[in-house]
Design a protein around this ligand. Structure first.
Ligand code: ATP
Ligand code: MN
Length: 468
């Protein structure tokens, strides 16, 4: 079957081709623009309305699915190389123009979210989802070429110690009765995973270098433009890797997938670039990005990420003037406080004007499994911060020393009995190892310039919303 992308890349005319697609527009009873999702470009099909049945003409409406048989010829008009001179047209699926919600005009993203089953017919979502697919393949390609092994960690988890966020309960029990948990399906409390890290660590201790790429769930009640309740996370875990190796890998990885994107998705990126520029125009001047989307992507690919310790970050923030009032909403008054998104964005967008990796965070604000530094005050954690979205990667070198790990678990009230197997990894052939988690949707968000994370996943799950 001919796909439009193949037809448009031909170098000569051809008679009697067949092509399928959905009608985007029908102008002057003559020009039908169809699209089949294979490319952002529409195929112009020119019909002779005098020779076409009136009843068929009436059914060529926006959204209808049609089959066209005709001659692929060099285009008379400007704007496209080839067009189809239609010999025969067949309506495959009608679409009532009065009811079809995706009209050929600009719809708001909020409106389209309520039509999530049809929004993929718009040029914007078509481009975003193609990019999502290309990025996803680029992720596998990067790790496979480096001899990492793809592993699938459980989605239903028996431990609630992952600590990365609020969890969803998994149960077959009736909400109304207070049954004994022993009688529940698994005989214990279970949840949807918030991270595959702990299991990935176990597999890194046998396969060396592994990565996960799967769904994760967080019941965080935050209605932000960067959080979903169901999102996809990429979590590489490497044996014999320290924090520097980990930072190097994260940087190389992000650059490689973005570079692949610029090579493979030129047309989609050009379209989204224009969309991004238009959106910027409507913003107050002090919130506008200085670079367009493609410049931003290339900037990340070509420049080194700035690496600073948490302590350095705090001293920069303490002495900085973020805005006219010289104030952050959350004041940085002492070493040890967690950085808020406004601080992260200030460092990335105003101070360094490039992606930033912050490492060696205070022990107090980080998870139990991160390796404690000799100063006993900080851990070998790292966050990669990006313009516009803040944290895109969170990672660390893991604590490989049994006694230190046990002490940290005790301090944070993490149940040793629950994580006996995780401690075993430190009992039998423990090695320094590291890993990180990258939120896939945040990467797609950055790559497409979409401002809301709900618009880069097919069917977003957020508080009070699980339609479709
Ligand atoms: P944040 O502070 O932005 O909530 P986090 O500290 O909770 O992030 P981690 O637990 O380190 O994040 O998770 C690893 C990565 O997963 C993050 O860097 C981010 O890219 C992504 N991520 C985390 N929570 C979400 C979410 N609710 N929706 C989409 N992506 C997320
Ligand atoms: Mn979070």
């Amino acid at each position: 079957m001919n796909k439009i992308i193949n037809l448009l890349s031909r170098n000569k005319s051809e008679n009697n081709i067949e092509v399928y697609g959905w009608v985007k527009t029908f102008r002057a009873n003559r020009f039908i623009a169809i699209n089949d999702g294979s490319t952002i470009l529409n195929l112009q099909c020119v019909i002779d309305f005098e020779k076409t049945d009136k009843s068929v003409l009436k059914r060529i409406t926006t959204g209808a699915a049609i089959k066209v048989i005709g001659d692929l010829i060099e285009s008379q008009g400007s704007g496209q190389k080839f067009e189809v001179k239609v010999n025969h047209i067949l309506i495959i699926g009608d679409s009532d123009p009065d009811l079809y919600p995706i009209q050929p005009k600009k719809h708001s993203l909020e409106f389209l979210r309520e039509k999530a089953h049809l929004r993929i017919r718009t040029t914007t979502f078509n481009a975003v989802m193609r990019i999502r697919s290309v990025l996803s393949f680029a992720v596998h390609d990067f790790f496979q070429k480096k001899n990492f092994f793809y592993i699938n960690t459980p989605i239903i988890t028996g431990s609630d110690a992952e600590g990365a966020g609020e969890m969803f309960k998994v149960t077959t029990q009736n909400y109304n009765t207070n049954n004994d948990v022993k009688e529940d399906f698994f005989g214990k409390e279970t949840h949807l995973t918030v991270s595959g890290q702990l299991e990935a660590e176990s597999y890194a201790m046998g396969l060396g270098n592994v990565y996960t790429f799967g769904p994760t769930f967080r019941a965080e009640n935050s209605n932000t433009t960067r959080h979903l309740a169901e999102f996809w996370m990429i979590e590489p875990e490497m044996a014999f890797f320290n924090l520097n190796d980990n930072m190097d890998l994260a940087e190389e990885f992000i650059k490689a997938v973005l570079e692949k994107l610029t090579l493979k998705c030129e047309d989609d990126l050009l379209f989204l670039n224009n969309r991004y520029l238009n959106e910027q125009k409507n913003k107050p001047s002090n919130q506008r990005s200085e670079m367009d989307l493609i410049e931003k992507i290339n900037f990340v690919v070509k420049n080194s990420f700035k690496r600073i310790s948490y302590t350095e970050a705090i001293s920069i923030l303490k002495n900085s003037k973020p805005n006219k009032k010289n104030k952050f909403k959350y004041k940085i008054n002492e070493w040890g406080v967690d950085l808020q998104s406004e601080h992260e964005r200030f460092l990335v967008e105003k101070h360094f004007k490039c992606p930033v990796i912050i490492y060696d965070y205070p022990t107090k604000i980080k998870a139990f499994y991160m390796r404690v530094n000799d100063d006993n005050k900080t851990v070998r954690a790292m966050d990669v911060l990006f313009p516009g979205i803040g944290e895109i990667v969170g990672g660390s070198q893991r604590e490989e020393r049994l006694e230190v790990l046990k002490k940290r678990m005790k301090e944070l009230h993490v149940d040793e009995n629950e994580l006996w197997w995780y401690l075993d990894l430190r009992r039998f052939g423990s090695v320094p190892h590291s890993g990180f988690g990258l939120g896939f949707e945040r990467l797609v968000q950055f790559s497409t310039g979409m401002s809301n994370i709900r618009d880069v996943i097919p069917f977003p799950r957020t508080p009070q919303n699980a339609s479709f």
